[in-house]
Ligand binder design. Structure first.
Ligand code: PLP
Length: 448
């Protein structure tokens, strides 16, 4: 029997009375048929308030690299809570976490902590502007850098703005932003090196930094094409810009050294979020000594009441040790499990004539649902994805998966945790087989 969600529905209705819109992050409204209310999690599994059990590939939007409620992490947080929740001052814990980061991450010489990656990205942009004395940040369509005024410029430019492919627009999905903010960005298309060179050449005297997700996990999990990251590094060196890697998703998922180690590139500044705290509100800005100098001098202000909070630090110390304990098998083990899941989903899709194309390295991947009205092609950037993705059909399939106990991120991203096993993948595929059959039967284009 497919799951039902009556208690979640009742709570969501009750929430409308006192929580604006019933949710606390806009994206959660994407969950259909209703934003779910959860009760508990354990390893690869999570249970909602209706008692439904999910094999979870949503994983707290990727933060739960270690699975749900790992005992060691829960113990570390509980032990710290008894010693003190918050001091707004220094602790030896912050040295221990900083020392681990410097040991693990190739481009980390100095660190500063924040409570969300959105904040750490804002700090990186401010620092790059202070460092160079220039105002523009070059960023790529489809790369997400937090929900601030600055983080979202040009993230999801609608097709109506695509007339001039050389000059992608600087649209912002929110009203109420400071209008001048969009003027502080240059937007480029991902995975087109010649186009990137022309964009930099055009603005080089005013450019402070190039920022990217090393793999564009937020849009179809599109990895950097051959030479893409090296070209960014080379252009930054040639013109005195800082290279900012936003490793909020890739950090520690792509290995102990993050995506910078996985792909072999050394940014000047790196942002970590999500897995660095394992589900606690924690983030870090790390960088080379040279790039971090203006934070040391205080010219680029960086602050926050809850920065380097001991609860988050205790969690992060456990998380980083857990990553280190994986040894050289990480991230290959995650990739192996993810690739097995991708291949299984593709087989099921083919059996039912569903145009689903899982794509990405494995440790994370996106389930691209191809719109039958569009000629199928390789997906190299945001525009390919925006043209090809059949949002309505993916939403329908995701709901069928949810009703059979398999949970992916609403927009189509799947992540594997260190708690997932071969048996979890087999079981997820068995559940998915039922979901795919139900989807194929009930998807509107198949009816009649
Ligand atoms: C690449 C990237 N950068 C920044 C952020 C913002 O992180 P947070 O929501 O923790 O502020 C996210 C969140 O999904 C992200 O994926």
């Amino acid at each position: 029997m497919p799951y039902s969600f009556s208690r979640s529905s009742a709570l969501f209705e009750r929430a409308q009375q006192h929580i604006a819109g019933g949710i606390n992050s806009g994206i959660r409204l994407l969950e259909k048929p209703v934003p779910l209310y959860f009760d508990r999690g354990d390893g690869s599994r999570v249970w909602d308030v209706d008692g439904n059990e999910y094999i979870d590939f949503q994983l707290g939007q990727g933060a739960l690299l270690y699975g749900h409620a790992p005992k060691g992490l829960a113990d570390a947080v509980a032990a710290q809570a008894k010693r003190g929740l918050h001091w707004a001052a220094q602790s030896e814990l912050e040295l221990e976490v900083a020392e681990r980061l410097v040991k693990m991450v190739p481009a980390a010489e100095l660190v500063r902590f924040n409570n969300s990656a959105t904040e750490a990205v804002m700090a990186a942009f401010r620092l790059a502007r202070t460092h160079t004395g220039r105002r523009l940040i070059l960023r790529f369509e489809g790369h997400y850098h937090g929900w601030s005024d600055e983080g979202l410029v040009g993230f999801a430019n609608p097709p109506s703005t695509w007339d001039d492919p050389e000059n992608p627009a600087r649209t912002h999905p929110s009203k109420g932003i400071i209008s001048e903010v969009t003027d502080q960005f240059v937007v480029a298309r991902w995975n087109d090196i010649d186009h990137l060179r022309r964009r930099v050449e055009q603005h080089k005297d005013q450019l402070a930094a190039i920022v990217c997700e090393p793999a564009m996990c937020n849009t179809c999990c599109i990895e950097p094409g051959e030479g893409m990251l090296a070209a960014i590094r080379e252009l930054c060196d040639a013109h005195g810009l800082l290279m900012i890697a936003d490793e909020t998703i890739t950090g520690f998922r792509f290995g102990a050294g993050g995506a910078q180690d996985y792909y072999g590139v050394k940014p000047d500044l790196t942002v970590f979020g999500k897995a660095i705290g394992g589900g606690t509100p924690f983030a870090a800005l790390v960088g080379t000594r040279a790039a971090m100098a203006r934070i040391i001098s205080g010219e680029s202000m960086h602050a926050g009441t809850l920065n380097a909070n001991p609860l988050c630090l205790a969690a992060s110390r456990w998380c980083l040790d857990e990553v280190l304990a994986q040894g050289p098998g990480h991230p290959a083990n995650l990739n192996r499990l993810g690739q097995k899941l991708m291949a299984g989903l593709r087989t099921l899709a083919d059996q039912h004539d569903i145009p689903l194309r899982p794509q990405g390295p494995g440790l994370a991947f996106h389930s691209l649902m191809v719109n039958p009205d569009r000629p199928e092609r390789a997906v190299a950037n945001y525009r390919d994805y925006a043209e090809l993705q059949d949002v309505a059909r993916w939403t329908h399939l995701r709901r069928c998966l949810l009703e059979e106990g398999v949970r992916a991120i609403e927009r189509g991203l799947w992540s594997i945790s260190l708690a997932h096993t071969e048996a979890d993948i087999d079981e997820a595929l068995a559940r998915a087989a039922v979901a795919f059959a139900r989807h194929a039967e009930s998807w509107p284009t198949k009816v009649g």
